[in-house]
Ligand binder design. Sequence first.
Ligand SMILES: C[S@@+](CC[C@H](N)C(=O)[O-])C[C@H]1O[C@@H](n2cnc3c(N)ncnc32)[C@H](O)[C@@H]1O
Length: 294
Amino acid sequence: MPVLLQQSVEGLVTDPSGVYVDATFGGGGHSREIVSRLSSKGHLYGFDQDADAMKNVIDDKRFTFIYSNFRYMRNFMRWYGCDKVNGILADLGVSWHHFDDSTRGFSFRFEGPIDMRMNQKEGIKASDVLNDYPEERLAQLFWLYGELQNGRQLAQAIARARRNGRLETVTQLLDAVRGVIGREREKKDTAKLFQALRMEVNHEVDALREMLESSVELLDRGGRLVVITYHSIEDRMVKNLMKSGNIEGVIKTDFYGNRQVPFKAIGKPAQPDAAEQAANPRSRSAKLRIAEKV
Ligand SMILES: C[S@@+](CC[C@H](N)C(=O)[O-])C[C@H]1O[C@@H](n2cnc3c(N)ncnc32)[C@H](O)[C@@H]1O
């Protein structure tokens, strides 16, 4: 179930004969809607770093799938001869099928290996992070990426547990932190712990920064950047980029003191209505931001 489908695609497609990028193809829900709004001259490039997404590729000559991390978006678009595009959509995070797949380790609802790599061909697994990172580094990432106030205690509990053998499964991790995560915030804090591990394993902050900053160059004047975020860290990055053109949110000025802002916001940030939230619980934390290149 694609999140905020109509609002996001309506905000994206301003010219049916234009060139568009779906940076997070996934199940292809947003892409299908975009392609349906294109004329025979329009084209959509869909990126995903997860091989599973290839199963959903759209069989249409107006669509090209690119099996890659979106951090390389600008280079790939140059390769395809597109110096400028009319719109870029990113529906961030992992897809619903990842959460429902017990072999991937994204969800604490299922027992399974703690892997969490979106691209299973490379990189370290979340279990490597848990077992091999120094305690101090674990504490930092729980604080930075999970915004967990008890990050230090969580890191201590994990360091203690791994002295008895490597933590490889979801149950072993949950057992290790049981005493530290309070009952009243159990689900929320466990979700944040898993989010922090996932962000570290997939270098999510670096990839998002590179993709967002390259969108400034890649978008044509009047082109739209449409992003759906699911937590405050990525939302802050997107908000800052749309305000200033960089993820730090620092507005630069020219020699005469004129503000150099590459985007103007289109509407206010939107969230799914009650019906969508009820039908799709994952959409509850979603926030849609749209900006136009000026
Ligand atoms: C929320 S899902 C997108 C769902 C999609 N909009 C749909 O309608 O089916 C996010 C997708 O982005 C992919 N993804 C996340 N980070 C990525 C990155 N840095 N590069 C490429 N793909 C990424 C994930 O593998 C996942 O398939």
